[in-house]
Design a protein around this ligand. Structure first.
Ligand code: MN
Length: 289
């Protein structure tokens, strides 16, 4: 199943090239949810409601994907986690950079997982608003996953039971000396999309090919089979620090080929099983509101 959020807080299933609206089920889930719940209500209820969603979607006329605004497939994660330095060739390219000052890059086991602000999360149609055009801002193509079931100290062999689904991610980054949580948390700097492909459709998340182009030029091309800490390990390890809740997002790390972006660029990212998305880059406009 391919679940998307679109337009003004609507929920849909993607079938072929169309979105089929199931927003009334989202309304029902939200009405039945406790305000104090931890996690995203819709993702949390997916197991109980997915059959009904499927039936309802088949009865709805589809809207062409080209006519909708795709938002982040999850609205209310309790946290957005991300793995740094998780591809060997990316570590090598960063250590060879001369245009930025790179501190010693430790092994991911020593670097740990970092958090991005939840408010940085957007979908592909919202685009990226460059906040500091005078600084180096770069794309990091990543495979991301969305937690479906609460868990703490999750053993490796149960890790995938806690995944609701997978999607494409952009971990947008300003290079510099500040903490990662600051440099990667500006509004729009965490792109997720184009929709969430539920875990039952992904037979092996450690064999997902993906690639990224900027204005048609290939920049990143890799596969999750090159991850240093694989997906089971990342989930298990993260859950020794935090309880994972439905809707929590985990970016699994970026491969080699990261590079600069600027106002006017179009980033394209794709992975066969997960789909593709175009993300426009513009300048952030200061506002008092
Ligand atoms: Mn990253």
């Amino acid at each position: 199943m391919k679940l998307c959020r679109y337009n003004d807080d609507r929920l849909g299933l993607v079938i072929g090239s169309h979105v089929h609206d199931v927003t009334s089920i989202q309304d029902e889930i939200v009405r039945a949810s406790r305000y104090a719940m931890r996690g995203d209500a819709v993702i949390s209820a997916l197991g109980a409601y997915r059959d009904r969603m499927g039936i309802m979607a088949k009865g709805e006329p589809g809207i062409s994907l080209s006519e909708v605004r795709l938002l982040s497939p999850v609205a209310r994660p309790t946290k957005v986690m991300a793995a740094p330095v998780n591809y060997k060739k990316h570590i090598a390219e960063m250590q060879n950079r001369t245009d930025i000052v790179i501190k010693f890059l430790p092994h991911i086991g020593d670097a740990g997982i970092f958090l991005k602000a939840n408010s940085s999360l957007v979908g592909p149609s919202e685009g990226i608003a460059v906040r500091f055009p005078e600084r180096i801002t770069e794309h990091e193509a990543e495979i991301a996953l969305i937690i479906g079931k609460e868990g703490s100290d999750i053993p490796r062999d149960r890790a995938l039971d806690h995944v609701a689904g997978y999607c494409l991610g952009l971990d947008m980054t300003v290079r510099g000396s500040e903490d990662r949580s600051l440099r990667k948390s500006m509004d729009t700097y965490s792109v997720l999309g184009p929709w969430m492909v539920t875990a039952d459709e992904i037979s092996d998340p450690d064999a997902l090919p993906f690639e990224l182009t900027v204005n048609g030029e290939l920049r990143q091309k890799s596969n999750t089979n090159d991850l240093i800490f694989d997906i089971r390990k990342l989930i298990s390890w993260a859950s020794t620090f935090y309880t994972l809740y439905p809707g929590d997002v985990l970016y699994t790390g970026t491969p080699e080929g990261v590079g600069k972006i600027k106002d006017g660029d179009t980033i394209h990212i794709e992975s066969g099983p997960l789909g593709s998305m175009d993300v426009a880059v513009r300048l952030h406009r200061a506002s008092a509101g």
